[in-house]
Design a binder for this molecule. Structure first.
Ligand SMILES: [Zn+2]
Length: 265
């Protein structure tokens, strides 16, 4: 990512400076206390974004429109900007520190609230084309599954000891598909160092299906939704109304939640 993009997200990161600093302090404490393997520990940064607050701040307007229009690219850019930002904080606070922080260690958890439920932002699964940028849906809980674990970060090594025996930090669930960049052999994982997070699948119907149950030429279908981290802990009451904010992954036909809240009507 170029410097322009890093500067672009700088004002957003400044808002979360305190939270970032806390995450960083914890990391540095572990590193300086020689907690084993703490150098490669994940740094999880949570961004609680509120539409109304961002819309009111003049310097946030362009960032907000990027998040709304290209949420996945924004998360990627924000993560890279956070990496540079944290690196600078590290150098500023610990000038003699030789900590080599890798991008793969930075994990952004984004929560979004107050996205207006209007024609422009609403996700309507039976309307084509469906909205693929950040969207909101008032929905009815149809079913829910058990919690399960997803991989946030895992540490891999080459059994042939290539790359001076350097470890590879890989993020996400498809980390195991990577091979050694030197010998192209399969990497082995330090399984006890795998970092995971809670996930849960639920199925919902758009609440419009209840308001107008009979629609000619349209079939109401339920939508699979992926909840993660603390969103999995929401009280699950079948038939109740929830507000869902997130993005629709059309390839996996799954809605990835950035917010999931029960509302009383
Ligand atoms: Zn190798």
């Amino acid at each position: 990512m170029n410097c322009e993009r890093i500067v672009f997200y700088r004002s957003l990161l400044d808002i979360f400076r305190q939270e970032i600093q806390l995450t960083l302090n914890n990391y540095v404490t572990n590193v300086s206390a020689y907690v084993p393997n703490s150098l490669e520990a994940p740094l999880i940064i949570r961004f609680d974004l509120n539409y109304q607050q961002l819309a009111m701040a003049e310097e946030m307007k362009s960032i907000l429109s990027e998040i709304l229009d290209e949420p996945l690219q924004s998360v990627k850019d924000m993560r890279e900007a956070a990496w540079v930002y944290i690196f600078n904080l590290l150098v500023e606070k610990y000038p003699e520190s030789s900590i080599g922080l890798q991008l793969q260690q930075i994990h952004c958890v984004i929560r979004f609230s107050d996205l207006p439920l209007n024609e422009h932002f609403e996700f309507v699964p039976f309307r084509h084309p469906v909205r693929l940028s950040l969207s909101v849906m008032k929905c009815v809980l149809h079913s829910f599954g058990d919690r399960y674990q997803c991989v946030r970060q895992s540490i891999w090594y080459c059994p042939k000891k290539c790359s001076n025996n350097q470890n590879h930090i890989l993020a996400g669930e498809h980390a195991c598909k990577h091979n050694c960049s030197e010998c192209n052999g399969n990497l082995s994982e330090y399984e006890h160092r795998r970092s995971t997070y809670n996930c849960r699948m639920v199925r919902v119907f758009n609440a419009k299906c209840l308001e107008t149950p009979i629609r000619y030429g349209e079939i109401s279908r339920n939508v699979q939704v992926k909840l993660s981290d603390e969103l999995c802990d929401a009280e699950m009451v079948l038939g109740q109304i929830y507000v869902l904010i997130g993005t629709y992954d059309i390839l996996n036909q799954t809605y990835v939640a950035w917010q999931f809240q029960r509302i009383n009507e």
